[in-house]
Structure formats: structure tokens, C-alpha cells
Design a protein around this ligand. Structure first.
Ligand SMILES: [Zn+2]
Length: 86
């Protein structure tokens, strides 16, 4: 499988971020914060993690595949042939 080429500079030095990678990228920080807060304050705050999961999953579905060009740093979203479900 080859990487999609950049639409700006036609370089194939691109990084593709898939749904799960983007999801983890979005979720790591809020989950760590929720864990710390629930430890300090109240375990009820752990339910916030569920909320983070649901919201970030929706964002990740919409925004991926996410293509980043290593050459010119351009960020492209999606392949253009996806239909948005919301
Ligand atoms: Zn480029």
C-alpha cells in the first residue's frame, strides 16, 4: 500500500493518520486529566471518560483519513469521496 501523494507539492512523503490513531491522539490527554481529577475529587468523574470516548469517536470518524505531508507540512483531510453521516 502506497501513501497518497500531497495535493500541494506532489510529494509522496506523507503520513496517513487513520481513525484509531487520531482517536488516541485526541483522547490521551483528556483521559489522563479525567483520571487525575477523579482520583483527587470523586470517582464519578470517571464517567467523563465515556463522554470523551463518544465525542472523540465522532470527531475521528469525520476527520480521518488525515494526511500530513512531511515535505511541505500541509494537512489534508479525507479522500474526498466520503459521504458525511451526522
Ligand atoms: Zn506537500
Amino acid at each position: 500500500m502506497t501513501n497518497p501523494s500531497c495535493t500541494k507539492c506532489n510529494s509522496e512523503e506523507t503520513v496517513v493518520m487513520n481513525k484509531w490513531q487520531y482517536f488516541f491522539f485526541l483522547s490521551t490527554l483528556p483521559i489522563i486529566v479525567s483520571l487525575i481529577f477523579s482520583y483527587i475529587f470523586h470517582p464519578i468523574l470517571l464517567t467523563f471518560i465515556l463522554f470523551v470516548f463518544v465525542v472523540n469517536m465522532r470527531i475521528a470518524k469525520k476527520k480521518t483519513p488525515y494526511v500530513i505531508c512531511r515535505n511541505c507540512k500541509q494537512v489534508q483531510q479525507g479522500s474526498g469521496n466520503k459521504t458525511l453521516r451526522s
